[in-house]
Design a protein. Structure first.
Length: 364
């Protein structure tokens, strides 16, 4: 009997020593965040990040973050249940990965058009335009002086106050196909989804984007603010200016008087990634163009030409609206002359901002 008890005691000590050694090594290993997840686990993680059990984004654990690992095992030796626990403090080795990086160009939706918004539309608290006068993506950043009108119409303007709720919608669909265009002097909203940029779950953080135009050659760096603590969604705005002179890095995106294209680019680099590594995302949109009546021999614009937009289905002048989608544009318009929609037209220019889908011809 004594020998059996002695043997049992020896076996227990041996098992405990082995378990303690294994658990100690497990606890002492540096924690690695998302390094060895299977394909299914990664998809599940992406789903959780997008859906959000608590409707907030997951903040990134920075490299070198102090974390305590604890390993626990339950096992039996004969009929006796045993418990072994070991713990050790380590530094986190963060993985080089980026989840959910996306950028969208967006436009303000006036009340008259809110019934036809897409599933991408979202309400935001309006914040001032913040840009970098130096043109550097790292700033420093300043606020654009003055207020921003959300419509280019001289008769009906909506100038929001800071913190006021406004509705914005994407100008491209989920496949990247343009479904809307900006009007002249309309503010350019930019939205970035970047869960990796959410590094502090307790505060609303910022990111920076570069916005450029093709024809005017303008480039501006805008700062976007997170829509709330730990959302991973950042929104900002730039004013646009329909002017003949382009000044880079002045907070106003200059729009040329010909068909214009805008591109916004966001680059995210995880601090744990190698130098130069990162993920970029961009979005482009068109500015609706002016038409110009010009001399075919000299190319000079012609003023005082009368232009009517005809609906070919009826043979009558089309119903055209201004940028506010409410004010009807009287026809014909006279080139180079102010209208209800455009108080300062270009030389020889005419414009019919908003019309229903259909077939039309110009009568000059």
């Amino acid at each position: 009997m004594s020998d059996r008890l002695t043997n049992h005691s020896s076996l227990t000590r041996t098992v405990r020593r082995v378990a303690g050694d294994v658990l100690g090594r497990l606890a002492a290993r540096p924690a690695r965040l998302l390094l060895r997840t299977s394909g299914v686990q990664q998809k599940a993680l992406a789903f959780v990040l997008l859906m959000g059990a608590s409707s907030v984004a997951m903040a990134v654990t920075p490299a070198g973050f102090h974390i305590n690992n604890t390993a626990t095992a339950n096992y039996n030796v004969g009929a006796t249940p045993l418990l072994a626990t070991a713990s050790a403090a380590n530094d986190v080795t963060a993985s080089c990965m980026n989840v959910g990086v996306k950028i969208d160009l967006m436009k303000y939706v006036p009340p008259a058009k809110q019934a036809s918004v897409s599933a991408n539309a979202t309400n935001i608290n309006f914040q001032p335009a913040v840009y970098a006068p130096s043109g550097a993506i790292t700033g420093p950043f300043v606020q654009l002086p003055g207020s921003i009108s959300l419509t280019g119409n001289a008769l009906v303007q909506f100038v929001p106050t800071v913190g006021q709720n406004v509705l914005i919608d994407t100008v491209n669909d989920t496949a990247g196909k343009p479904v809307a265009a900006f009007a002249r002097s309309e503010p350019i909203f930019i939205r970035v989804v970047s869960y990796g940029a959410n590094k502090d779950g307790a505060v609303a953080e910022t990111v920076a984007v570069t916005v450029s135009t093709v024809n005017s050659g303008d480039q501006e760096v805008a700062q976007l603010t997170e829509t709330g603590p730990s959302t991973g969604i950042f929104v900002g705005v730039l004013a646009s200016s329909f002017a003949s002179v382009t000044t880079q890095n002045d907070g106003y995106l200059s729009i040329a008087n010909v068909e214009e294209s805008i591109t916004a680019t966001y680059v995210y680099t995880d601090p744990s990634c190698p130098v130069g590594a990162g993920v970029s995302s961009s979005s482009s949109s068109l500015i609706d163009p002016y038409g110009i009546v010009f001399n075919s021999a000299t190319g000079a614009p012609i003023a005082n030409a009368r232009v009517t937009l005809i609906n070919t289905a009826t043979g009558l002048p089309a119903v055209a609206y201004c940028d506010d989608a409410v004010t009807v544009l009287p026809q014909p318009v006279v080139t180079g002359t102010a209208t209800a929609c455009d108080p300062i037209p270009v030389a020889g220019g005419f414009r019919f901002p908003l019309v229903a889908a259909g077939n039309y011809r110009l009568l000059v």
